[in-house]
Design a protein around this ligand. Structure first.
Ligand SMILES: Nc1ncnc2c1ncn2[C@@H]1O[C@H](COP(=O)(O)OP(=O)(O)O)[C@@H](O)[C@H]1O
Ligand SMILES: [Mg+2]
Length: 312
């Protein structure tokens, strides 16, 4: 299919801070590409440069053969953007908001009308199209925000943390919408700090932290970063630095880090480690409330590479 978005050596500095620090990635036509990273990683800054909202300090971005620096108009018409901050007029209805955005994209007449109707259907809000947006729940606003981004049927859709702070039902609806758009041929760049969403949706993933991409590949390729290891999550009453140090000294423990209310241990052989792990924790006064052994996921990959949890 070929590359549709290419980002090379991208840098954005705000004074001393390199918010995006030499980032390169390529998105293939037809895939869902995930940018996963904690708050402050540089995801929004990256998306803002791809969508021509802010100028890079250095580096180049090409979208469908057009350079952002020299042909921003062509780039913008190829892109749909769903920003993190909701951009709707609260006193207008969903239908009126979408009609406004459609006109901004140059749609009018019958084409505008059918684009709005289709987008409302996709958002699952056709039956409430005439209500003022200010009466909508947070999740419904997000769904309309997404509908606004796809009115002009862009080749590439950029979505910046579209599910933050909403109800599970709207969240599921949004995830299914992304799958549906992608199945119809849209390429998607999806940013999130929720590893479950990225695991569920994305064909390939770049993990970002402090402005840099620290790992990238398919889910299986990323799991191989902690390849051959079991992930042991131990919930304990209290995790102190001292307890962590003792756990790290146990034979067979490759890595141990603090997650929320738990310790995550990487080990090549959980079977031989579990007994010693429990004994050590109990002797340190950290009461074990549960233990789960799983395969590595993106959270453990992130923990392994950075020593901190995605949710911090
Ligand atoms: N306009 C700005 N001026 C100064 N610093 C900024 C600006 N925008 C973002 N930053 C900083 O750049 C870093 C990356 O931010 P951002 O791209 O929003 O991260 P993310 O979207 O991954 O949470 C953060 O440290 C943030 O505070
Ligand atoms: Mg952001």
């Amino acid at each position: 299919m070929g590359t549709i978005v290419e980002v090379r050596g991208l840098v954005k500095r705000f004074g001393e801070l390199a918010a995006v620090d030499d980032v390169s990635f390529a998105i293939e036509q037809g895939e869902i590409f995930g940018l996963l990273g904690p708050n402050g990683a540089g995801k929004t800054t990256t998306i803002s440069m791809v969508s021509c909202l802010i100028d890079p300090t250095a580096g180049s971005i090409t979208v469908d053969g057009n350079e952002v620096a020299t042909a921003p108009g062509a780039v913008k018409s190829t892109l749909g953007v769903v920003p993190q901050e909701i951009a709707l007029y609260p006193t207008l209805s969903a239908q009126e908001n979408l009609a406004f955005w459609g006109q901004m994209y140059g749609l009018s007449g019958g084409a505008l009308k059918s684009a709005v109707a289709e987008a409302l259907e996709l958002a699952g809000l056709a039956d409430r199209a005439k209500e003022r947006v200010e009466k909508y729940s947070g999740g419904m606003k997000r769904r309309i925000n997404i509908a606004a981004g796809i009115l002009h049927k862009p080749k590439v859709l950029l979505m910046d943390e579209p599910t933050v702070g909403i109800d599970p039902q709207s969240r599921n609806h949004i995830l299914e919408t992304v799958k549906q758009l992608n199945a119809a041929g849209m390429t998607v760049l999806y940013t999130s700090h929720y590893m479950e969403e990225v695991e569920y949706l994305c064909d390939r993933i770049a993990i970002m932290d402090h402005g840099k991409i620290i790992a990238s590949g398919t889910l299986n390729e990323l799991r191989d970063v902690v390849g051959g290891m079991d992930v042991v999550d131990v919930k304990v009453t209290e995790v102190t630095d001292c307890v962590l140090d003792r756990v790290r000294e146990i034979e067979g423990v490759k890595q141990a880090d603090r997650t929320d209310g738990a310790i995550q241990v990487l080990t090549p052989s959980s079977g031989s480690v579990l007994g010693k792990l429990v004994a050590t924790l109990e002797s340190e006064g950290a009461h074990v409330t549960s233990i789960t052994v799983t395969e590595p996921n993106l959270e453990s990959v992130f923990l392994h590479l950075t020593g901190k949890s995605l949710r911090d």
